[in-house]
Design a protein around this ligand. Sequence first.
Ligand code: CUA
Length: 156
Amino acid sequence: MHMHRLEKIWLAFGISMLIVFLGVLGVGAFAKGIHPPGHHRHIVDPETVDKVAPFNEPGLRKIGDNEYEAYMLAFAFGYAPEKMEVPAGATIHFHVTSKDVVHGFQIPGTNVNMMVMPGEVNQLTYTFKEPGEYLILCNEYCGVAHENMMTTIIVK
Ligand code: CUA
């Protein structure tokens, strides 16, 4: 079979690009350990999640110098706990799960924005440098009272 010279160059270019991309992917996955999120998933049973620790007592736990863990439950139509208070500069590691359907977890004015799914615990860390009242809103349509689904964090 006769191939045009340009065709051969193009073929060689294509194959070498494929090798380069697979190489980049391979180095990232195996040498640097880059994996898509979800690799370390934390699974819970949404039916019983509010009866077992730590979600049976939603709220803040102090884990360090102005550092907290917040265990939160989302449900139609609200969040538990209803209100949280921390000093300015506090770092909060949020652990949030849903008892029923998919909800949202957004704090306007910050980059905190995640989905809350039943059966999974989603995690996110944020440092509240400025004092104020921070609203946590549901931004996933979840039913008739979706727009009333909110809670607050007071940063003093
Ligand atoms: Cu929960 Cu919208």
